[in-house]
Ligand binder design. Structure first.
Ligand code: NCD
Ligand code: ZN
Length: 352
């Protein structure tokens, strides 16, 4: 298949392996943008207060399903927010009941609503040992929080000082390195012979750190981990479009209302749910890899999480005229700016 000739693309329905849906009015406002195209998503537990116990996760799942548009078919895959108080037995029960798909490790202070995260890995070793024993994936926000470490180096330092020692200590632990943003991360995943995979966001395939700062400060391109140099963006594109089963989509779509982004200390997070599939088709077309888009969005993730790929299909159509996405969506919580890839989008999801 040659990229120039392709105008229709049919894929298994995609899944999003890292998504922030929030709660209340925001949840109601953003959920349809995901459930319109995606069959499943791993739902991040960093609410205020966080989703810590199996009971919290069951209640959150019910709140999501309660506002799901009736015509959409969507399964939220729930996660638990690991704290130094997490009980191994609760995690095991959540897994056994089928409710819990993964546990999320946030180093305390690494990102939005992570102050309740882990300060001392020794304190959570019994839980991590249980997670390893039952084969539950640990989703890791891979950044150190040490103030002395430059923010652009935090992922690479995390790999060397936290992740690699942890994986050596518990080789049976299955780790998802979430939102990989560096060449170092890509190489570390490629070098592992087992029990390591990585999700990649849509926006990190498109922007580098210049997007944040050139011509003025642009808060809608600020997310964590922060976008890095061009060399890293290119490494991420190569990994995502390679077909390597260890890399899959986790959009990390993370809505914040505009007043919380456009202010003296703006929140981290980029909202991409609404145009992710269009952006990804564009990227894969640029890389001459449209035939590998399905592996990235619909096959590699389920294989890693031990779930079947979706049987349903979606079709994308390449239109001559650029698509018109809204600059913002209106939610009951306030307006949320939509990711602007800074190029016209032509791929439209026509049948989902
Ligand atoms: C996320 C959020 O807002 O919850 N922000 C982000 O920039 N990605 C948190 C996270 O995933 O780090
Ligand atoms: Zn996230």
């Amino acid at each position: 298949m040659s990229a120039e000739q392709t105008t229709h693309l049919t894929l298994r329905r995609p899944d999003d392996w890292h998504l922030h849906l929030r709660d209340g009015e925001m949840l109601k406002g953003v959920l349809p943008d995901t459930s319109r195209h995606f069959a499943r998503a791993i739902i991040m537990p960093n609410l205020v207060p966080p989703v810590v116990t199996t009971e919290d996760a069951a209640a959150y799942r019910a709140r999501i399903l309660a506002v799901l548009p009736k015509e959409h078919r969507f399964t939220p895959l729930m996660t638990l927010y690991l704290t130094e108080q997490t009980q191994a037995a609760d995690v095991a029960a959540g897994r056994a009941s089928g409710l819990i798909t993964a546990v999320k490790l946030y180093p305390a202070g690494a990102t939005t609503n992570s102050h309740g995260g882990v300060r001392d890995l020794d304190k959570v070793m019994p839980v991590l040992e249980k997670i390893a024993e039952i084969g539950l994936p640990l989703c890791v926000h891979g950044e150190v929080t040490t103030p002395e470490v430059d923010i652009f180096d935090r992922e690479a330092v995390f790999i060397d000082t936290v992740l690699d020692p942890l994986r050596r200590r518990l080789p049976e632990l299955k780790v998802t390195m979430e939102h990989v943003t560096t060449q170092d991360g890509v190489e570390y995943i490629r070098a592992a012979d087992r029990n390591l995979a990585g999700s990649i966001t849509t926006h990190h395939l498109i922007i580098n750190r210049n997007a944040l700062l050139v011509g003025g400060i642009r808060p809608h391109y600020y997310c964590l981990p922060v976008a890095k140099r061009e060399v890293h963006r290119l490494a991420l594109r190569a990994a995502a479009t390679s077909g390597d089963p260890r890399f899959f989509l986790g959009t990390d779509s993370a809505p914040h209302v505009d007043p919380l982004k456009e202010c003296g200390c703006g929140c981290a997070g980029i909202y991409t749910s609404i145009n992710t599939m269009s952006c990804l088709a564009h990227v894969f077309e640029q890389e001459n890899a449209l035939d590998r888009l399905e592996a990235f969005t619909s096959l590699n993730g389920p294989a890693w999480y031990g779930l079947p790929a979706n049987e349903e299909r979606i079709t994308l159509h390449r239109r001559e005229a650029p698509l018109a996405f809204p600059a913002k969506i209106e939610t009951g919580a306030g307006p949320v700016t939509v990711f602007d890839p800074m190029f016209p989008l032509h791929w439209d999801v026509v049948d989902a």
